[in-house]
Design a protein around this ligand. Structure first.
Ligand code: MG
Length: 452
């Protein structure tokens, strides 16, 4: 924990979604065992443990298991599974969870995501408390009578698969051909099976667990998905779906093999959710205005949060607790949250929802996508050692405009918006500008760059 100028404690080890590092450099079993001891000290209950397919996963999982058991927690080993599967099972059965994963990072990375008993990722105040235990080493070490017990319940992955399939009418996708690219990650055990049970004919590529990621990197980038695109075209599939390294995100290629922008697929799924069950759509301030527009077309409103899926999930829960109806949530990176399922991003659920949407239409996925209004978003990453000074410069230069400081500074014009946001961990400022008109988006970006 460090104190910033305004004396607010900040996270050091943990970023937006857990702690990550390079194996042999800043990520190792010693650190993970300390996290296990500290987490176990906080939870004092039954903790589920899962991992993705990285080569370092077994070593780090063993360290986490050791720390948790030594603190007196019982550990339930769920083996290799998607992060949302672990989150679902924690909410159903356990007091907390730890996922050994580096999500979309390259193969030499690994890390830990910490899950609360309600299945959501740990929030900032609790993460800061966890970090202070890690640094102070003021942890509970159980005596010989109270060390934890280890059990294997990896068969419970079946419960997660069934939970997703249960949200859709039986055989709603009968006969539809779909290609799945789990990228050698944990969704190889879930997404193809989910879609098959919904009636799809499923072809899988990169479908074997492999921490060397021989087919493509864990980030499902357009360049990495060339084989998925080719396979979709060759098999005349309705679409292709790919996951990141821990399958909380899902990205799509259309029936022509073209990569679909994640804000576009978010808009398609949000529109379907709003039509079926009108309510608020929750998303970070960095998301495309297309979400606001499709929600408004369905008579729904949009609530904005700071960047990070944890803020989206917790805002959805808060709104529901306050008696509001929440239709959908998500980020413009393929991370979608379905409030009828669970309050975290879920790549398997996202794939299933898209399958239902396409199977229920007489049109192709690209034709459905064409109904969504096009927006152009441009981004820039600017080096800065003093982000606060830049923010105050923007604040005074744009004082007459519509400003919102939920996270960074969000500026709204009639025909465009922009976001200037310091990175939480690096000396960078991120600049986003968006408009229906590509020229206008560039113009806004150029104007803001001139201010900086
Ligand atoms: Mg991920």
């Amino acid at each position: 924990m460090i104190m910033t100028n305004n004396s607010e404690p900040k996270k050091i080890l943990f970023g937006t979604n857990g702690v990550r590092g390079i194996i042999g450099e800043d990520m190792n079993p010693e650190l993970v065992m300390k996290i296990g001891l500290s987490l176990g000290t906080m939870i004092q209950g039954r903790v589920a443990l899962g991992r993705d397919t990285r080569t370092s996963g077994e070593a780090l999982a063993a360290a986490m298991r050791s720390g948790l058991l030594a603190s007196g927690c019982d550990v339930i080993d769920l083996g290799i599974l998607p992060t949302p599967a672990l989150q679902y099972l924690v909410r159903e059965h356990y007091d907390g969870g730890a996922m050994i994963t580096a999500s979309h990072n390259p193969p030499d990375y690994n890390g830990v995501k910490v899950i609360e008993g309600d299945g959501t990722e740990m929030d900032d105040p609790r993460t800061i408390a966890l970090e202070s235990l890690i640094f102070s080493e003021d942890v509970r070490i159980a005596d010989w009578k109270s060390v934890g017990k280890l059990t294997d319940e990896s068969h419970l992955i079946e419960e997660y698969i069934r939970a997703i399939v249960s949200h859709f009418p039986p055989d709603c996708c009968k006969g539809m051909v779909v290609v799945v690219d789990p990228g050698s990650g944990p969704a190889a055990a879930t997404t193809p099976e989910i879609l098959r049970r919904m009636g799809c004919t499923v072809h899988t590529i990169n479908g074997r667990f492999d921490g060397t990621f021989p087919g493509r990197l864990p980030e499902p980038s357009p360049e990495g998905l060339a084989l998925l695109s080719e396979t979709v075209v060759a098999t005349k599939a309705a679409f292709g779906v790919a996951h990141d390294g821990d399958a909380d995100r899902a990205v799509f290629v259309d029936e022509r093999g073209t990569f679909m922008n994640e804000n576009l697929t978010f808009a398609m799924l949000a529109r379907a959710a709003c039509r079926r069950n009108p309510g608020i759509v929750v998303t970070p301030v960095s998301t495309s205005d297309v979400i606001r527009e499709v929600a408004a077309d369905c008579g729904c409103t949009t609530t904005y949060t700071p960047v990070g899926s944890i803020h989206v999930a917790r805002t959805m829960l808060k709104l529901i607790a306050a008696g509001e109806r929440v239709a959908f949530g998500g980020e413009g990176n393929g991370g979608q949250i379905f409030p009828n399922h669970q309050f975290c991003r879920d790549g398997g659920m996202t794939a299933a929802a898209m399958a239902e949407l396409v199977a229920g239409s007489t049109r192709s996925i690209s034709t459905i996508a064409d109904e969504i209004p096009p927006y152009t978003m441009v981004k820039e990453k600017i080096h800065s050692d003093d982000p606060a000074a830049i923010l105050s410069k923007v604040r005074s230069a744009c004082a007459e405009l519509d400003l919102n400081e939920t996270d960074g500074i969000h500026i709204r014009w009639d025909d465009a918006w922009a976001l200037i946001r310091p990175s939480g961990t690096e000396p960078f400022i991120r600049l986003y500008a968006e408009s229906r008109d590509p020229v206008r988006a560039e113009e806004v970006k150029t104007y803001l760059l001139s201010l900086l």
